[in-house]
Design a protein around this ligand. Structure first.
Ligand code: SAM
Length: 298
C-alpha cells in the first residue's frame, strides 16, 4: 500500500472514539535530487529521441518535472523510472518527451514577423497562388498553437483583399500540445498578445472562463504530432515556415540538419521565420536575411 508523501504518523480512532493509537506508516521517500549519472542517461535519451540538448543547468528543472511523473506512476526511484522507460514499449517514452519539452508561446509573439508576413511575404507569395496550388504555411514546433492561430488571423484579413487557397499545418513532438492546438482552448493568461478586438472577433468565452477559437479558425488548421528529426509528413514545397524558439534547444549538428531539410522543403522566394535568439549561420548558402530573424530561400 502506498502511504502519504510525508510518511507521517497517522492517528487511528477506536470504535469508542476515545482510544487513539498512532500508526507509523513507512514510505520510501521520493529522491531529493537527480543524480548526475541519471541526468546524463536521460540527457542522452532526450538527445536521441528529440534532438533536445539539455544543458547541465537544466538538471534541477528535469528533476522537478520528473518528480511529477514518478508520483503519477506511483514509483519512488529513478531506477524504477528507467525500467518503466524500457519496459512499456514506448508509452512512457512519449511522457518523457513531453517532460523535456518547453512549450512557452503566446499570440503574435515577435510581432515584427506578423508585420512582415502581412506587408511583404503574403503580398508576394499569395499573388502567385491558385486554387490548384495553395499557399502552404507550417508552424514547426507549434506548442499550444498560438503561433498558427496568429498566422490564421493574419491570413483571413489578407485573403479578403486577394482571394487564394491555403493549407495551414501545425506540428509538435509533444502530443499534449498537438491536442491543445486542435482544440484551440486557452486560459485568460494564455490570451496574452491578442488585442481586445481580436479576442472579441475570434474567440468565444466558455463557461469555464477559458476562451476557444472560433470553428472557422480551427477548421483552417491541421495539427499533427511530428518529430522534426523523423520523416516529414509533407510532400509539397512549403511557402512559409515558422520554426521559432525551437532550434534553440538543439545542438549545432541538429540545427544544421534541420535548416538543410527546411531548405530542401522550400522553393526560391519562400520564407523561414526563426526565433529572436536563433540565426541561420549554417544556412547561408540557402537563405538570405531579409528582415529581423526572417529569411528568404535563395
Ligand atoms: C518554446 S516552444 C515554441 C513555440 C512557438 N513556435 C513560439 O515560438 O512561440 C518549442 C516547441 O518545440 C517543440 N519541439 C521540441 N523538439 C521538437 C522536435 N524534435 N520536433 C518537433 N517539435 C519539437 C516543443 O515540444 C515545444 O512545443
Amino acid at each position: 500500500m502506498r502511504t502519504s508523501a510525508t510518511g507521517c504518523n497517522h492517528l487511528r480512532v477506536s470504535s469508542s472514539g476515545l482510544d487513539v493509537s498512532s500508526e507509523a506508516q513507512t514510505q520510501a521517500p521520493l529522491p531529493r535530487s537527480l543524480p548526475l549519472e541519471d541526468f546524463h542517461r536521460l540527457r542522452e535519451l532526450a538527445l536521441a529521441k528529440t534532438g533536445i540538448d539539455l544543458a547541465e543547468n537544466k538538471r534541477s528543472m528535469l528533476y522537478v518535472r520528473l518528480l511529477r511523473r514518478l508520483r503519477s506512476l506511483e514509483i519512488t526511484t529513478f531506477e524504477e523510472y528507467f525500467t518503466q522507460l524500457e519496459k512499456l514499449g514506448g508509452s512512457e517514452l512519449g511522457h518523457f518527451v513531453d517532460t523535456v519539452t518547453t512549450n512557452l508561446t503566446y499570440f503574435f509573439r515577435e510581432p515584427h514577423h506578423f508585420r512582415h508576413l502581412k506587408e511583404v511575404a503574403l503580398p508576394s507569395l499569395a499573388a502567385q497562388k491558385s486554387r490548384q496550388e495553395p499557399l502552404r504555411v507550417w508552424s514547426a514546433g507549434c506548442a499550444s498553437g498560438q503561433e498558427i492561430y496568429s498566422v490564421a488571423m493574419t491570413l483571413v484579413d489578407f485573403k479578403r483583399r486577394a482571394p487564394f487557397e491555403y493549407r495551414l499545418l501545425a506540428t509538435d513532438i509533444d502530443s499534449t500540445m498537438v491536442t491543445r492546438t486542435s482544440n484551440g482552448i486557452y486560459s485568460k493568461e494564455e490570451m496574452r498578445g491578442l488585442q481586445p478586438a481580436q479576442r472579441e472577433r475570434w474567440f468565444t468565452e466558455l463557461k469555464s472562463g477559458q476562451f476557444q477559437a472560433e470553428a472557422k479558425l480551427r477548421q483552417m488548421i491541421k495539427s499533427r504530432k511530428h518529430n522534426l528529426f523523423e520523416r516529414w509528413p509533407i510532400q509539397n514545397p512549403v511557402d512559409i515556415i515558422f520554426c521559432r524558439n525551437v532550434m534553440i534547444y538543439f545542438n549545432q549538428e541538429h540545427q544544421s540538419k534541420l535548416i538543410e531539410n527546411f531548405a530542401k522543403q522550400q522553393a526560391p522566394g519562400a520564407m523561414l521565420y526563426v526565433g529572436h535568439s536563433e540565426s541561420l549561420q549554417t544556412g547561408k548558402q540557402w537563405y538570405e536575411r531579409v528582415s529581423n530573424t526572417a529569411y528568404r530561400r535563395k
